[in-house]
Design a protein around this ligand. Structure first.
Ligand code: MLT
Length: 405
């Protein structure tokens, strides 16, 4: 008799953003003329940078003729892209091309990375956090059993709330794997170098690994905010970093990201042997993934040309101006708001003691505005909602008018 992975029946049946989509669809069915403004899932709205489109057309033309046609590419990504990544994103940080693994998204990578770790590791995750970290650890058997307050018996949740400025404190008990995401999804908060250094030092002392999700680094506007964990001394021994073109260059539909696994990051076998995680991830990646498409990798490469860089900067500027507008509107109706300065996400406290799903429903039904309920990011998100700044400017302005009205 075939058996299922029992861990799948422990998690809620629908993923957060699928549940939101279901509620929107129901509202639309009941109110066909509703003019809904979506500020929920962080999906981009501006078209691709022209440099990327041109690169894709050229790459598609190459596929027309046998001399330049390409079949399977290297699973880890083409050299042209890995070299551009090193040259532009990591030149000063000592990362090498064979430490870069090109993929189809940071969601897949942060979800799949668990494959190379023992189910017996103790995992620490911020609360609230991007739901993929918790859900994939449940699937991988590292979470134990669900608890009444929405937690898991074997996961260590790092409390992030107003009292600690949404910055997690070091865990009281030893942990082996730590998920950090900065600029943070969902709170929009960033860490200073000093705050990040505490985690790197912790990981070095405790022989732990940090899984650092930097998918939103392009949205940092303030000086002195680290863009990469490798800016911290010693991080190359203990950290894996995830980057993405999704939000930075409008690739949510194109799918391209990369993960940095320095050869110096080690984990340990049962017999105490040091094993390079780069080797394990290479084995996993080449076995379960056949590479991001050539055409898409050429588009990603184009983000590093002078025109591409300028066009990407313009996209980021546009969304960050949206963030400023939303932040101002939320403040004008006296909502307490965080984030939106180094991040396209704004984290707002719900009014009148409403819980997050109540406020979500209120905004949907009364204002035709979609946000993301904070509770969907964990119990620590209860009493908050998240607004995404990735919308079209006119729609954002209309939404802020509706909010203020
Ligand atoms: C979000 O809204 O949190 C993100 O768009 C989800 C994702 O990147 O998968």
């Amino acid at each position: 008799m075939v058996r299922i992975n029992e861990n799948f029946i422990k998690i809620p049946a629908t993923y957060l953003f699928s549940e939101i989509a279901k509620r929107i669809a129901r509202h639309k069915l009941e109110n066909p003329s509703a003019d809904i403004i979506r500020m929920g899932i962080g999906d981009v709205t501006l078209p691709l940078p022209e440099a990327c489109v041109e690169a894709m057309i050229k790459a598609a033309e190459e596929q027309r003729v046998s001399e330049t046609f390409r079949g399977y590419g290297p699973e880890q990504g083409y050299d042209f892209l890995r070299r551009s990544i090193i040259e532009n994103d990591f030149k000063a940080l000592g990362i090498e091309a064979d430490e870069i693994f090109v993929s189809d998204g940071a969601k897949s990578d942060t979800g799949n990375i668990g494959d190379i770790f023992s189910p017996n590791n103790k995992v620490a995750i911020a609360n609230p956090s991007y739901p993929v970290y918790v859900d994939t650890n449940v699937m991988g058997g590292r979470a134990g059993e669900p608890t009444e307050n929405g937690g898991w018996t074997d996961l260590i949740f790092l409390r992030c709330d107003e009292s600690n400025g949404f910055v997690p404190e070091l865990p009281a008990e030893p942990v082996d794997i730590i998920y950090l995401c900065y600029p943070n999804n969902p709170t929009g908060i960033t860490l200073t170098k000093e705050q990040l250094r505490l985690w790197v030092d912790y990981a070095r002392t405790n022989r732990a690994v940090i899984l650092y999700d930097a998918a939103y680094e392009a949205f940092i506007t303030e000086e002195d905010v680290p863009h990469s964990i490798y800016e911290i001394e010693g991080a190359k021994e203990v950290a894996i970093e995830f980057r993405s073109y999704s939000k930075t260059a409008g690739f949510t539909g194109m799918r391209c990201a990369y993960t940095v696994v320095p050869k110096t990051v080690m984990a340990f076998s049962e017999s105490g042997e040091n094993i390079s995680l780069n080797k394990l991830w290479l084995r996993r990646h080449t076995t379960k993934f056949n590479g991001t498409s050539y055409v898409v990798q050429r588009a990603a490469e184009a983000t590093y040309t002078p025109e591409g860089k300028e066009q990407v900067r313009n996209l980021v500027r546009y969304y960050m101006e949206n963030a400023r507008i939303i932040r101002q509107a939320l403040q004008s109706v006296e909502l307490k708001v965080f984030g939106g300065i180094n991040s396209p996400y704004l984290w707002a406290k719900t009014p009148d003691g409403m819980n997050s799903w109540e406020y979500f429903d209120f905004l949907l039904k009364k204002k035709n505005i979609v946000c993301t309920p904070g509770a969907g990011f964990g119990s620590g998100g209860e009493g908050y909602v998240r607004f995404s700044a990735f919308g079209d400017r006119d729609r954002i302005l209309e939404a802020t008018e509706r909010l203020v009205r």
